[in-house]
Write a protein that binds this ligand. Structure first.
Ligand SMILES: *Cc1c(COP(=O)(O)O)cnc(C)c1O
Length: 423
């Protein structure tokens, strides 16, 4: 099946007389005839459900659809994108380990890796995704266990050179983990470019309707943990909390990563998505391919219009010829990138604030990447405590507007921007 078909048909094929939509199994627990039956599940000798903190049938069906979309071997849902990026790292690393992460990543993930993981004894080196080969090479240490980046960075719109970082990670015997939230598997499948683990905030385009917070982790099933046994004791040595089970031995390359993340991290940390939320996410996934096409065509037209407006100082969108990342976007995402654009209003911070006040259609919110057109002026909202000089130092220009183009009629979006820029 192709992507547009997997969105509709993937993950769940009802049998004779079963519900067409995935059923919502809103149950914490599952009944068995004998203690022996249930014991086998606890020992991972049989597969089945016993408690929804670990696994739930509704959630698993939606994970299976996302797994098919990304071309992975196994997948799981988490309660948020933050949980997905935490689990992906913590399933590989523990105290004393080291991660190399791109500087161009979502602020929430930056905090998670820079502050919270450090408190747990995991060191992180942040590197410019456009660094030289020497700089990249120098970032690796003997205790480095993974490399992390975002396909399209939120919000800087930097396009990550997946193939290059996959090669570097593999040369050092470690996996590449990629957050594919902004591109979605409709526009890019990082696994095809050598990525080993894909993560998502499904809260964005996948849900697409401002309805549910959620996350996902997908394993390509290719990384050979046992070939680098000494680096990954969590996957390759006996888990005492599971009677000495060795995940990489018992579940192989295809199943070890997601099984461990489920039976160990989900069991102990419990970032479990609700079945109802998984059901709502599935509704979003059904139209993902159609919506992404529209997000990209709308954003392309809006970016081109903004370039032509005399009140606009600059426009950044990887779909514009001349953009710093245009060529790389063409390579990894020939069908389009995403709906998010950055631009500057002539006249700086004050003019940008006035522009925001005059919008009628675009709503002001911190959210991005869903059906509604959303606009944010960081200098007067999320970053308002900073001076112009401080803003520039952290890469946010005072006149910068972050525009997440929705799937409304594009002419209405352009008309709204036009009148607000004029005002
Ligand atoms: C929003 C976002 C996250 C965090 O996801 P939540 O679902 O809000 O927890 C992670 N990565 C990226 C790229 C995001 O845009």
């Amino acid at each position: 099946m192709r992507q547009g078909t997997i969105c509709i048909e993937g993950g769940y094929t009802p049998k004779n007389g079963e519900s067409r939509m995935i059923p919502i199994i809103q149950s914490t627990t599952f009944k068995y005839d004998t203690s022996e039956d249930m014991g086998k599940l606890f020992d991972l000798e049989a597969s089945g459900y016993f408690y929804s903190r670990l696994q739930n049938p509704t959630t698993d069906l939606v994970a299976a659809k996302i797994c098919a979309l990304e071309g992975g071997s196994a997948a799981m849902l988490t309660s948020s994108g933050q949980a997905a990026n935490f689990f992906a790292a913590f399933n590989i690393c523990s105290c004393g380990d080291h991660i190399i992460a791109s500087t161009a990543i979502y602020g929430g993930t930056f905090n998670l890796y820079n502050v919270t993981l450090r408190k747990m004894g995991i060191e992180v080196t942040f590197i410019d995704p456009d660094c030289t080969d020497e700089e990249l090479e120098a970032a690796f240490r003997p205790n480095t266990k993974m490399v992390f980046g975002e396909t399209i960075a939120n919000p800087s719109l930097v396009i990550f050179d997946i193939e290059r970082f996959a090669k570097a990670a593999h040369a050092h015997g470690v996996p590449l983990v990629i957050d594919n939230t902004f591109a979605t598997p409709i526009n890019c499948r990082p696994i095809e470019w050598g990525c080993d683990i894909v993560t998502h905030s499904t809260t964005k385009y996948m849900d697409g309707h401002d309805a549910t917070v959620g996350g996902a982790i997908i394993d390509a099933g290719r990384f050979d943990w046992m070939a680098h046994k000494e680096k990954f004791p969590g996957l390759c040595e006996p888990d005492e909390s599971y009677h000495g089970l060795v995940y990489a031995e018992k579940f192989g390359k295809e199943g070890a990563f997601i099984t461990k993340a489920t039976v160990q991290l989900m069991r102990d940390l419990g970032c479990t998505p609700a079945p109802m939320n998984a059901y709502l996410l599935n509704l979003g996934l059904e139209s993902l391919a159609v919506r992404m096409e529209r997000h990209c065509s709308n954003a392309q037209k809006v970016a081109e219009y903004l370039q032509s407006d005399e009140n606009v100082a600059w426009v950044q969108y990887p779909g514009l010829p001349g953009d710093k990342y245009y060529d790389r976007a063409q390579k990894y995402m020939p069908k389009g990138t995403c709906g998010v654009i950055s631009f500057g209003v002539k006249g700086g911070r004050a003019a940008a604030e006035k522009f925001m006040m005059n919008l009628k259609l675009g709503i002001i919110a911190t959210h991005v990447a869903d059906a509604h057109t959303v606009v944010l002026h960081p200098a007067s909202s999320t970053h308002r405590q900073l001076s112009d000089e401080e803003l520039i130092a952290c890469g946010v220009k005072p006149d910068m507007i972050r525009l997440s183009v929705g799937i409304e009629d594009v002419q209405d979006i352009i008309d709204d921007l036009k009148q607000a820029l004029k005002a």
